[in-house]
Design a protein around this ligand. Sequence first.
Ligand code: OOG
Ligand code: NI
Length: 465
Amino acid sequence: MSAHFVSPDDIRTRFSHAMSEMYREEVPQYGALLELVAEVNARTLHEHPEALDAAEGDDALTRLDIERHGAIRLGTADELATMRRLFAVMGMMPVGYYDLTPADVPVHATAFRPIDEQSLARNPFRVFTSLLRLELIEDDALRTQTREILSKRQIFTPAALELLDTHDQQGGFDDDRATAFVLEALETFRWHSHATVDRSTYDALHDAHRLIADVVCFKGPHINHLTPRTLDIDATQAGMPNHGITPKATIEGPPRRCCPILLRQTSFKALEENILFRCADNDTQQGSHTARFGEIEQRGVALTPKGRALYDRLLDDAKTLTQGLSGEAYQQALQHAFTDFPDDEAMLRREGLAYYRYRLAGHAMPFPADELPSESTARIETLIERGMITTAPIIYEDFLPVSAAGIFQSNLGESSIASYTQQANQQAFEEALGVSVANEFALYEQISRESLSHCLATLDIEIPT
Ligand code: OOG
Ligand code: NI
């Protein structure tokens, strides 16, 4: 890459900052939430300095302050394909495939996020990006009308599209172009209070599914929430009412634990916002729309496929135990349901349930290999026991479909009557996207494996394969 190009990491940080500023102006409660999260994080770090990976030092703190995820919902394959190019400029790649039809939400999705360790450490900004599955609109006329409406809109500014072409030709942006790009890209995510349709079209789409109206009736895919990361979601949830925010009743995801796993999330309900519908005589008509909300999340260690299968099974088993419960009663029942999930770092690692990063202890010295067991796992365990190598959790950077469904539903209202029988269709999603999505497990596995190889190479120890 040419020396005068701004790095994708810098462009991502400028963009996530600009997005956060914009959303704070659009949804003041988001600003209140940021303040609350900053307070809770400061308090948690004071009381439990180990809540952040100590070895990362100041980097971990810097990352925490700017860490956010957002979400958008797109209408067409073309929109998704261009969105991929736009995020690529910021070093954000599509990771994972999420099918939301089991939760009766007619979309599938991916998460655009940085994938390499250095970029994640600098700013792990992620955007959960869903694509409407038009084929799930049952009514032929409504489906055709939806397709027509979507085919007429252009969610990117002409300047943004030009800049993307320039980027593809030149392989990067100089400072002026990077600045222009951030401003132009931001336009796509802005809220528009003017609907592009009349009231009856909105109502028909809304009746088919509230989410369809949200995707189809506006000029662009307004950012619908931005989520800061908290180190203590229970404390943040408890503090919300004092800050004028009403959270949803339960925290999605795994229970509270000593060793946090995956991702716990909670949101506050979408705001009812005034919008203007189109009328025949160029006039407008007042209405309202609920789409934009707030959310917080706490992240823990990434699970291996084995750990994830255990998580999915226990979460499913928990359904009966937690039914009808909320608040602390729900948490306790959930904790009970997760008794079989080891809550001890060494056990999680040894049983191959979660991913860890390996580091050389500061005092590590070359080690006589003949003092080590010959079997490879035992070798590594001995090095850890003797304090030559330390381990730290690799943070989960992705999303959870069951939780996402809970988040979708909490702000769509409980009134969804749709029920979709179609299967996941990752192939169709990837065709629309224009590339395959990365496998999240492979990314964590690689980070873990490389960190171990690095330690062993430095200690000059071979691991028999
Ligand atoms: C996305 C919901 C998913 C999460 O944090 O799981 C999500 C949406 O409502 O568009 O953001
Ligand atoms: Ni979210």
